[in-house]
Ligand binder design. Structure first.
Ligand code: GDP
Ligand code: MG
Length: 686
C-alpha cells in the first residue's frame, strides 16, 4: 500500500470542510497548528491501494504573508510538501476562487481542482467547458457537491492519478508582462548565485515573484545582500515605469489570466463582475463591433505613423541631402574621388536611407506601446484570434504581421510578444511575405510602366493579397510540418485597462527605437559599404571607357563590377523566369535593401543624352519587357530573399543562423518556383 498526504486548500465558504468530511468520513482528529490558535484538522481514508492522509488547510483568498491563515497554508504547502494539493473552489464564483488556484499553481505542486458547489453553479445557468479549463490549468478538475457527498470516487481517483503521474513542466502560467518578467529573470539569476538552500526549498521563480511583491516573510528568509539589492532596484524601476506597486500590477495580471480562462470556458457568465473594464470589453471584444473597432484603430495607427511621420521624414531626407551636398561641394575636384563616392553614395545613401524611416518607426512603436500599456492589445489579439487560430497561429501573431507591412525588421522584433516558441518561429518565418514599405518603391516603378491606369490600383491590391495569402498558406504548412505540434489552447490574458504612464510609453518606444538605430549603425553600415565596393570594383580598364559619355561609363563600370558580373553569371538561371542580367544585377542589390532594386535599375539604364527628350526609365522598361515579365519581377521581389537587415534580425531573435538561412533560402526557392510557374504558364496564354 502506498501512502500519500493531500492538503485541502480553498476560499472560506467554498465547502472545503464539507469536501474534507466527504473524503474522510469519521476518521478525523482536530488539533492546533503549533503556536497559533488556528485549527488543524487531519483525516485519513483508503482508496484502492493508496492510504491517503488529508490535511484541511485554513480557508484563504490568497497566499500573501498578511494573515496568519495565509502563512500557515502557504508554509504547509512549501515546507511539508504534500503529494497533492486539492483546491476546493466555489464553482458559482469561479473567477474569484481561481485567484488562489493561480497562486498554488505558482508553487509548482501537483494539483487537483475540486469543482465544488457545482449544483449551485448549474442552478444559476452557468455552463462550463471543463475539458478546456482542465487543459488550460493543466490539472484534473472534478465536479463535486460537498454537502451531498457527490463526486467522492471521481475526486479520489483524480488524486491518486495525479500523485502517480509523471511531473511535467507547466506550459500555461501567469505571465507578468515584459517589464516584470525581465526583472523576475534578473532576480532569479541573482538567486542562482546566492545560497542554494532557500532556492532549493522554495523554487527560483516563486521566490523571485514573492521578492518582487515585497513579501515580508520571504524577504526575511533571503539574506543575500546582492539579491536584496537587485530586488530593491527592480521595485523602484517598476514603480516609476508602471506607476504602481509591482504587487498590484502582478495581482492584475493574475486576474487577467483568470479572466481570459473564464472567457473561454464559461458560457453563460452571469456572475462576471461588471466594472468599467467589463463594460468596455463587452463592446470592444463583441462579435459584431470587435473587428470594425480593431480595424479602425489600426487605420488610425497607420495614418499617424505614415502621415504625421512623413514630416520629420522629409526633414531627415533634407538633412541627409544637405550633408551629401556639403561633402560634394567641399571636396576638392579629382581628390580621392572614390572616397567621396563611398561617403556620399555608400554611407549616407545606405545608412541615411534607413534612418529616414526612424520617425515612422518611433511613432509606430509609440502607438503600439500605448495600445499595449492600456491593455487594448490583449483585446485586439482576442478579437483576431478566431481567424488566426484557423491557420495555427496565436491571435497575437497578428500584431507583428501588421507591422510587417511597414518593415519586416521591427515586425520580427515584435514577434517577441508571443510566448510560445513554435508560434514565434512560424510568425517570424512568414513576416517577409507581408509586403514591406521598401518593396512599394518597386511596385511604384513597375505598375505604371506596364499597366493602364484603371488596372494600377487593383494590381497593387493583388500583389499585397498574394503576399497575405502566401503567408497564410506558408504558416499553415509550417505548422503542419517543421513546427508541428498540437495547437495548445491558450489563455488570452485580459488584464484590466489602465492609464499608461508617460515614462513607461517613452521607455518602451525608446528601447525599440534604439535597436533600430543600432542596426542602421552596424549591419546596414557594413552592408552598404560592402555593396558599394562590389558595385564599383573592379574598375574597367581605361581603354574600355574611351570616348564614352559619363553615363555610359557608369553603365560599363557596373557591368564590369563584381555585382554586374554576378548578375551576368546568374542570368542563365533567371532566363526561365523571363529576367535578363539587368534584373539579375538589380535583384542582387535588393538583397541589401529592397529599395536598392530601383536605384540599381536606374543606374543600369542611365543613358547618355542629357537632353529632356531622353526616354524615362519606365519607358525603357516598357520597351524591353512585356507586362508578364513586369509582373513576374514584382512577384519575385515580393516573395524572394528578405533583405540583409531582416536576415540579421531573424538571426538575432531566433538565436540561430539555421532559421535565418532557412527563411532566406526557403523564401527564395518559393519565389523561384512560383515565378517560374507564372511566367511559363503565362507565356502560353498571353
Ligand atoms: P468551508 O468554509 O470552505 O469549510 O465551507 P463549509 O464546508 O463549511 O461549507 C459552507 C456551506 O456551504 C455549508 O452550509 C455547506 O453545507 C454548503 N456546501 C458545501 N458544499 C456545497 C455544495 O457543493 N453545494 C451546495 N449547494 N452547498 C454546499
Ligand atoms: Mg471550514
Amino acid at each position: 500500500m502506498k501512502s500519500i498526504t493531500v492538503a485541502l486548500a480553498g476560499n472560506p465558504n467554498s465547502g472545503k470542510t464539507s469536501v474534507f468530511n466527504l473524503l474522510t468520513g469519521a476518521h478525523q482528529h482536530v488539533g492546533n497548528y503549533p503556536g497559533v490558535t488556528v485549527e488543524k484538522k487531519e483525516g485519513q481514508c483508503i482508496h484502492r491501494d493508496w492510504r491517503i492522509t488529508f490535511v484541511d488547510l485554513p480557508g484563504t483568498y490568497s497566499l500573501t504573508a498578511y494573515s496568519a491563515e495565509e502563512l500557515i497554508a502557504r508554509n504547509h504547502i512549501q515546507e511539508d510538501r504534500p503529494d497533492v494539493v486539492v483546491d476546493v473552489i466555489d464553482a458559482s464564483n469561479l473567477e474569484r476562487n481561481l485567484y488562489l488556484a493561480t497562486q498554488i499553481m505558482e508553487m509548482d505542486v501537483p494539483m487537483v481542482l475540486a469543482f465544488n458547489m457545482s449544483d449551485l453553479a448549474e442552478r444559476r445557468g452557468l455552463k462550463f467547458d471543463l475539458d478546456q479549463l482542465s487543459r488550460l490549468l493543466e490539472m484534473r478538475i472534478v465536479p463535486t457537491v460537498g454537502n451531498k457527498s457527490q463526486g467522492r470516487t471521481e475526486l479520489l481517483d483524480a488524486i491518486v492519478e495525479t500523485a502517480g503521474a509523471e511531473r511535467r513542466e507547466r506550459i500555461h502560467r501567469v505571465t507578468y508582462g515584459q517589464e516584470i518578467e525581465d526583472k523576475l529573470l534578473q532576480i532569479q539569476q541573482a538567486l542562482d548565485r546566492s545560497d542554494g538552500d532557500v532556492v532549493a526549498r522554495y523554487g527560483r521563480r516563486w521566490l523571485a515573484i514573492k521578492l518582487l511583491e515585497q513579501d515580508e516573510d520571504v524577504m526575511s528568509k533571503v539574506h543575500d545582500q546582492k539579491v536584496l539589492e537587485v530586488v530593491g532596484r527592480s521595485v523602484v524601476h517598476l514603480r516609476t515605469i508602471l506607476g504602481d506597486e509591482p504587487e498590484i500590477i502582478m495581482a492584475d495580471r493574475r486576474y487577467g489570466f483568470i479572466s481570459g480562462a473564464c472567457q473561454e470556458t464559461i458560457q453563460n457568465s452571469v456572475e462576471r463582475r461588471h466594472d468599467i473594464s467589463d463594460t468596455i470589453d463587452a463592446v470592444v471584444t463583441s462579435r459584431v463591433l470587435g473587428l470594425p473597432i480593431f480595424l479602425l484603430l489600426m487605420y488610425v495607427v497607420f495614418f499617424l505613423t505614415f502621415k504625421i511621420g512623413s514630416y520629420p521624414m522629409g526633414w531627415l531626407e533634407a538633412f541627409f541631402g544637405m550633408l551629401a551636398d556639403a561633402i560634394t561641394s567641399h571636396w576638392s575636384d579629382g581628390h580621392v574621388e572614390w572616397l567621396r563616392s563611398l561617403l556620399v553614395d555608400g554611407v549616407i545613401g545606405g545608412v541615411g536611407g534607413v534612418l529616414v524611416f526612424l520617425p515612422n518607426i518611433l511613432l509606430l512603436f509609440m502607438a503600439i506601446a500605448l495600445l499595449e500599456d492600456t491593455g487594448y492589445m490583449a483585446r485586439a489579439a482576442f478579437v483576431i484570434d478566431r481567424i488566426m487560430h484557423k491557420i495555427g497561429l496565436h491571435g497575437k501573431s497578428f500584431i507583428p504581421m501588421l507591422i510587417g507591412f511597414g518593415c519586416s525588421v521591427p515586425a520580427i522584433m515584435a514577434a517577441r510578444i508571443l510566448d510560445n516558441r513554435r508560434n514565434q518561429l512560424t510568425t517570424i518565418m512568414v513576416i517577409p511575405l507581408m509586403s514591406c514599405g521598401a518593396r512599394l518603391t518597386i511596385y511604384a516603378l513597375f505598375i505604371p510602366a506596364f499597366f493602364p491606369p484603371h488596372w494600377q490600383g487593383p494590381m497593387l491590391w493583388l500583389i499585397y493579397l498574394i503576399g497575405i495569402a502566401l503567408g497564410i498558406v506558408a504558416a499553415k504548412v509550417l505548422r503542419l510540418t517543421v513546427f508541428r505540434g498540437e495547437t495548445m489552447p491558450f489563455v488570452m490574458e485580459l488584464p484590466p485597462y489602465r492609464m499608461p504612464t508617460s515614462k513607461g510609453v517613452l521607455v518602451h518606444t525608446w528601447q525599440r527605437g534604439w535597436l533600430y538605430i543600432r542596426k542602421a549603425g552596424t549591419v546596414i553600415l557594413a552592408v552598404s559599404i560592402a555593396l558599394w565596393f562590389a558595385m564599383n570594383f573592379p574598375k574597367p580598364p581605361a581603354d574600355r571607357l574611351e570616348g564614352r559619355s559619363a553615363q555610359e561609363a557608369r553603365q560599363e563600370g557596373l557591368r564590369y563590377s563584381t555585382v554586374g558580373r554576378v548578375g551576368l553569371a546568374v542570368e542563365p538561371l533567371l532566363r526561365p523566369l523571363g529576367f535578363d542580367w539587368r534584373v539579375g544585377t538589380a535583384l542582387i542589390g535588393s538583397v541589401a535593401a529592397k529599395e536598392l532594386f530601383v536605384s540599381q535599375l536606374g543606374i543600369i539604364y542611365a543613358v547618355e543624352s542629357p537632353d529632356e527628350e531622353a526616354p524615362s526609365l519606365r519607358e525603357q522598361l516598357r520597351a524591353d519587357y512585356t507586362p508578364l515579365v513586369g509582373f513576374c519581377v514584382m512577384l519575385f521581389c515580393l516573395v524572394s530573399a528578405p533583405c540583409i537587415a531582416t536576415v540579421a534580425m531573424t538571426r538575432q531573435e531566433t538565436n540561430s543562423w539555421g532559421w535565418a538561412l532557412f527563411q532566406f533560402f526557403g523564401l527564395t526557392a518559393l519565389a523561384y518556383v512560383l515565378t517560374l510557374l507564372v511566367y511559363q504558364v503565362g507565356r502560353l496564354w498571353l
